[in-house]
Design a protein around this ligand. Structure first.
Ligand code: GDP
Length: 354
């Protein structure tokens, strides 16, 4: 990949795509092709074909996808399977037709079986039943990986797949009903602090910026009942499930590293055309909640809402393949949460909240 290569980042406004664009810009790549979903609907095959024929990108980062937390996946399974299969099918096929030199497909650690031995190695793919709360999403992502491998085998393309662990960072979704756990916790602790400070103006601005606060969370925080002295922060499930978290800037760095240094044909020969990306360490959701509480600086109570699902008991990636290639993450979890909280507050400020 040269500094003036034509590089298309699908999904450049999302958590992952925006981090890849930031990193490529910082490294001096000057020829990025970016389209918003309004300019190019990736679910429309004809639009994607016309775009590729016109722009002829040389490298493609596939960061466009419908993503969401456990509740969103469980509530909108049709959207998760349809959108992802449509987007990836259109992008992978158009990349083949138009001679893209290399493509990076982003899978997810939730593609591995629910009761996978931990840490999860790449070869455990398709060795057991999936976690039901995100099965439609996982099936779509597995189809994408299999498409990349099949095109490589039949047409000699250079399409790599990477499996990121749970990600977080700037431009994440902070909507409390559809987000993943870490942005939800950051926001809930921040809201709890504002409630304690009786800062109604900031609470209203936060809601306008990041989406409405569900009634049950308002009640626990005491927003509906301002006389309560200690707001409570609700954590979904038992707090027992274990997850691994990677800052999205580290993910972007790993994706660019793989785009530059790994080729699918050579990798397939050693069974390495799928690569896990993580930090190799996990923690319980309860520990994550305690850590986030400390970083945000809230001293109130935590409550566990066991009417909400736990999801898969543990998700920890085996990252020895990536380590063996010479890549390691740089951002520790506490520092990453601190930076993300800073971004969250700053981003609010840009549009009026403090
Ligand atoms: P998952 O990794 O696909 O299960 O996705 P999530 O990030 O949505 O959830 C991870 C874990 O965090 C699950 O056990 C959730 O029940 C738990 N969790 C605790 N509080 C929250 C919350 O406020 N939002 C979300 N999304 N998950 C939460």
């Amino acid at each position: 990949m040269e500094k003036d290569s034509k590089i298309y980042i699908a999904g450049h406004r999302g958590l992952v795509g925006s981090a890849i664009a930031r990193s490529l810009n910082a490294l001096g790549y000057t020829n990025l092709i970016l389209r918003t979903s309004r300019e190019l609907d990736l679910k429309r095959q004809a639009e994607v074909e016309a775009f590729f024929a016109r722009e002829r990108p040389e490298y493609v980062f596939m960061a466009a996808a419908r993503v969401g937390g456990i509740l969103a996946n469980n509530t909108y399974p049709a959207d998760f399977i349809y959108d992802n299969i449509a987007i990836q099918t259109n992008l992978i096929h158009a990349s083949y037709i138009n001679g893209v030199k290399k493509l990076l497909f982003l899978g997810s650690s939730c593609i591995y079986p629910r009761h996978c031995p931990q840490p999860m190695k790449e070869e455990y793919l398709l060795t057991g039943p999936l976690e039901p709360t995100n099965e439609p999403y996982a099936v779509a992502k597995i189809a994408g990986i299999k498409m990349c491998q099949s095109y490589n085998r039949q047409y000699g393309t250079n399409f790599m797949s990477v499996m990121p662990t749970n990600l977080y960072g700037p431009n994440d979704n902070f909507d409390l009903e559809t987000s993943h756990v870490l942005p939800a916790l950051i926001r809930k602790f921040h809201l709890a602090k504002l409630t304690l400070e009786k800062d109604r103006e900031c609470l209203a601005r936060d809601e306008a910026q990041y989406g409405s606060i569900p009634g049950d969370i308002k009640a626990a925080l005491g927003i509906a009942c301002p006389s309560r002295l200690t707001p409570r922060v609700t954590v979904w499930g038992t707090g027992g499930p274990r997850r691994e978290f990677l800052h999205v800037d580290d993910l972007a760095d790993a994706c660019i590293f793989i785009m530059r240094h790994v080729n699918a044909t050579a990798a397939a020969a050693s069974n390495s055309d799928i690569i896990n990306i993580g930090c190799g360490q996990d923690l319980a959701i309860k520990e994550l909640a305690e850590l986030t509480r400390e970083v945000v600086g809230f001293e109130g109570e935590l409550v566990f809402d066991t009417t909400k699902p736990d999801g898969t008991p543990q998700k920890l990636l085996d990252v020895s393949k990536l380590k063996g290639l010479g890549w390691e993450p740089k951002i520790g979890l506490r520092d990453g949460i601190r930076r993300t909280y800073e971004w969250y507050r700053q981003s609010g400020k840009d549009t009026g909240s403090s």
